[in-house]
Design a protein around this ligand. Sequence first.
Ligand code: FMN
Length: 337
Amino acid sequence: MEPLLLEEVAMSQSPRAEIDQVVEASLAALRAPSILNTQPWRWRLSGNHAELWADRSRQLDGLDPDGRLLLLSCGTALHHATVALLAAGFAADVTRLPDPQRPDLVAWIRQGMPCAADDVLYRAIYQRRTDRRPFSDSRPGDAVLDTLRTAAERHRVHLHVVRPDQLTAFTAAVAHAGDVEHGDTRFRDDLVTWTTRSRDDRDGVSPRSTVAPTHRTIAPRDFSLARPAALEAGTGTDHGTVYVIFTVDTDEPADWIAAGQALSDVWLTLTAHGLVASPISEVVEVQPVRIALRRLLGGVAHPAIAMRIGFPVDDAAPVPASIRRSGTDTIGLPGQL
Ligand SMILES: Cc1cc2nc3c(=O)[nH]c(=O)nc-3n(C[C@H](O)[C@H](O)[C@H](O)COP(=O)(O)O)c2cc1C
């Protein structure tokens, strides 16, 4: 039998098959990481494409008054959806912020042309976790860091690896941001609300994934205001941990979405390479710290989010998967959401 041309394969896809792929993609996007696991998005299926909407009812008033982390989170969901399409053998056709009259419409996505299926990042979607424990003494090598840089650049986002001479200032910035947040009721209210959600809500950060503050170069966010952390820190030292800052050229909503796509791409890529990570967003949540960080980077680029990356310690058990809302709660047909 003659092999089908790519165009013939595309035409042989029924609209039903196309919509099924898009549904599949929005289901895979449920696993995307989000600020405090707020999962602040909704999908609306419309014809053969899906609309990704920001869910402002899930925006954090204290931590995220501008909605930058909300849009970053939507960007991670968008990228997860494109990864699912790629695993099914389709490029994704994406338009970010397609309608200036409707700024909460984050993107349109539809199944694009057939391409070679690649499920490496798709498999990483189900392995990836936020790992807040100290990492091992082994440092990720330059080759893998270059691969991560390339993953970020696919979205026109830059990945700056914090240099040894910048580490003291970066450490001070993270610590100061944490102090500011714990001393301010607006920030504290958000942290308490999203760490004490009921299981029925299927969102928020569970103590099962947070570690008690210990002596660390850079301690992860302290989530223990309302409930003590329940994950063992383990035997890691963080001596090999690398700190990176995602930066964007301008500081607009489209950049925050792109930064979220890059965060997802980098995170899934590093997961596929056996690395683990956790984001550090306090440094962009507190405005004076965000400005100081920008100065540390030479005043040109805008910091979007930071992250710690490393190897897990040998005997570390995987962090338990965090809870997610269901497709019924987040995916709707026209007129439903
Ligand atoms: C934009 C954004 C900001 C985040 N900021 C932090 C942070 O500052 N500290 C932290 O420990 N985790 C942070 N996270 C990780 C989330 O808490 C995590 O994705 C969520 O709780 C779901 O857990 P999972 O990633 O293990 O699936 C952030 C994630 C995103 C997408």
